[in-house]
Design a protein around this ligand. Structure first.
Ligand code: CO
Length: 220
């Protein structure tokens, strides 16, 4: 019998669980009773952007949805279901769309690289690039264009979240929920708030303009 190729992970898990219990004997018992996260994280699947770790939150504190290039599509039943459950049932107060610089999905979209099926998904990011063609052309270096598109993609996805029936309905019934746009730097581990937080429908109109004005000219 060959050794279990995942035995190292199972070992890691045993150690992790034991360490948790050693520090806090009731930790898992408490978690089995309920989860009450305040935040929903919509981020990229990239292995270098681990949601809980970045914001130093414990199990039970962050509800998470991740996909390639942190895209929110109005027909994506998976993402919409996460959003609906988070807002309607868990009653999270904040939805954070977090992109990251150097995103492979954004890079592929901008450079029209072909990887197969996923190109259909990345078409949504290409739509963002098309929409902001002028802003992207202000950047002469490719890396700066990619970083700019990473930021613009977050802003567009924030708007997409705001325009779901889930968020619209929550705001209509007076439920407090704020949608935020962040971007994470792979090179320094730091999150940057893009300043596009929205708490009511009326605020969306001016969001794109103010966000564009706030973005740094180049990231390098
Ligand atoms: Co990415």
């Amino acid at each position: 019998m060959p050794a279990n190729p995942l035995s190292e992970l199972i070992e890691n898990n045993r150690r992790w669980s034991a360490e948790r219990i050693r520090k806090d004997p009731d930790f898992f018992v408490r978690l089995t009773r309920q989860q009450a996260p305040q935040y929903l994280w919509i981020g990229c699947s990239d292995s270098r952007v681990p949601a809980n770790e970045i914001v130093d939150l414990q199990p039970g504190e962050l509800f998470v949805h991740r996909n390639v290039a942190n895209v929110v599509v109005h027909t994506d039943l998976n993402c919409l279901s996460v959003l609906q459950y988070a807002i309607d049932v868990l009653k999270v107060r904040h939805v954070i769309v977090c992109g990251h610089y150097g995103c492979g999905g954004v890079m592929a979209a901008l450079q029209n690289q072909r990887f197969g099926l996923i190109n259909n998904w990345l078409r949504h990011v290409q739509d963002v690039a098309w929409k902001y063609d002028a802003a992207l052309k202000d950047e002469t270096l490719l890396d700066a264009q990619i970083d700019r598109l990473c930021e613009l993609n977050v802003i567009e996805q924030v708007i997409n979240v705001c325009q779901t029936t889930v968020v619209e309905s929550a705001w209509e019934r007076g439920q407090q929920v704020t949608i935020h746009g962040w971007i994470y730097g792979l090179s320094n581990g730091l999150v940057r708030d893009l300043g596009v937080s929205v708490s009511e429908m009326d605020a969306i109109d001016s969001l794109r303009e103010s966000a564009l004005a706030r973005l740094a000219p180049t990231r390098g």
